[in-house]
Design a protein around this ligand. Structure first.
Ligand code: SF4
Length: 345
């Protein structure tokens, strides 16, 4: 009997990668390989995200944006990181500390006054039957779901990056993560979050004078229509069906120069075996996904593995359709909605 644990899980980043190049998706999510040594930028983002999740839990508990209480709380939280400073991460800790302090004191009071935080790092999970009849679970973490002062439901995604020009208004309309969260949240709750936003924080480590504080943050907003969310939902199911039913194929192009799997594709294109290159120059990613391929991959020599997704699955895997949301980062003094009260280190 097929259980929920056996079902394929599809996240927005998987879907985006598959749409961009299904071969890249196969390398990353099926073979689960990556080039070593590409973690630093991710760590800045991950660390900052964690701290923002703590911060927004404080707001959810009724604390005011930018109040002395939240400033002091976040400062004490940051100081705990100082115990773990090493020569390797000292710059990273200093940078993220500055980002968080500026965010709490400047940006949040500007953009969060009067909001009602509903969910922080909400694990959205929805089991659905695709047009082909296959069952899948769509899942992902929405950073923040809240109501603004006018009562409008909004979905926010936090982004960090060292190139502010990469984030501009034109990117929001078809941002796949925000569409995914809006559509899945609608299926779970029955309410459409038409208002979506990117909360960008510049993580460039300026050695000299940084730009003025207001230029280090951006809140980009877009308002979807009901029709666009409904159409995206149909599109999502159609794409999920293709992902599960079509063998991955290379999407050769200029974008390949920026792809970490370019050496593999290059070698395969020239007719050489790729197994030795994969073994010597790539390492295994520790996440697991249960997406199954219709055929054995042709590029590379690693067999497809088909395991249950543990990466973004909360502790209670027996429940389904949104009733098992467990935040990963929980402030210890307030506990979690499930009563778990997981202390953070
Ligand atoms: S190098 Fe190009 S074809 Fe190969 S996986 Fe990357 S994007 Fe796809």
């Amino acid at each position: 009997m097929v259980t929920t644990e056996d079902l394929p899980r599809i996240s927005p980043s998987q879907m985006s990668t598959w749409i961009s190049c299904s071969k890249e998706w196969e390398f990353g999510y099926i073979q689960k390989i990556k080039r070593p040594g590409t973690r630093r930028v991710f760590e800045i983002g991950g660390y900052f995200h964690e701290l923002l999740h703590v911060y927004y839990q404080l707001l959810r508990e009724g604390q005011k944006p930018g109040s002395q209480f939240v400033i002091d709380y976040m400062d004490s939280r940051l100081k705990r990181s100082f115990d773990e400073i090493t020569t390797e991460n000292v710059e990273l800790v200093a940078l993220v500390t500055r980002m968080v302090r500026d965010y709490v004191k400047f940006q949040s009071p500007n953009i969060d006054r009067g909001i009602k935080v509903l969910e922080v790092e909400d694990f959205l999970e929805y089991q659905v039957t695709l047009p082909s009849g296959k069952e899948v679970i769509l899942n992902g973490y929405a950073d923040l779901i809240y109501r603004d002062r006018q009562g409008r439901l909004r979905v926010r995604d936090h982004k960090t990056g060292a190139q502010p020009k990469n984030w501009h208004q034109g990117k929001l309309k078809l941002n796949p993560q925000l569409l995914f969260y809006s559509a899945v949240y609608w299926q779970i709750s029955g309410e459409m979050a038409l208002d979506v936003e990117i909360n960008y924080v510049n993580s460039y480590n300026y050695k000299r004078t940084p730009p003025p504080i207001e230029e280090r943050f951006k809140l980009l907003r877009h308002q979807h229509t009901e029709h666009s969310i409904r159409r995206y939902w149909e599109y999502l199911l159609e794409q999920a069906d293709r992902m599960l039913n079509m063998p991955p194929v290379e999407n050769y192009g200029e974008h390949c120069t920026a792809c970490q799997y370019n050496p593999i594709c290059d070698l395969a294109l020239r007719g050489f075996p790729t197994g030795d290159l994969i073994r010597s120059s790539y390492e295994k990613i520790t996440r697991n996904y249960s997406v199954q391929l219709p055929t054995t991959p042709t590029t590379g020599t690693e067999p497809s593995t088909q395991e249950t997704n543990k990466e973004s699955t909360p502790t209670d895997k027996s429940s389904k359709q949104g009733d098992n949301r467990v935040p990963r980062f929980v402030i210890p003094s307030l506990g979690s909605r499930t009563g778990a009260g997981i202390p953070q280190n």
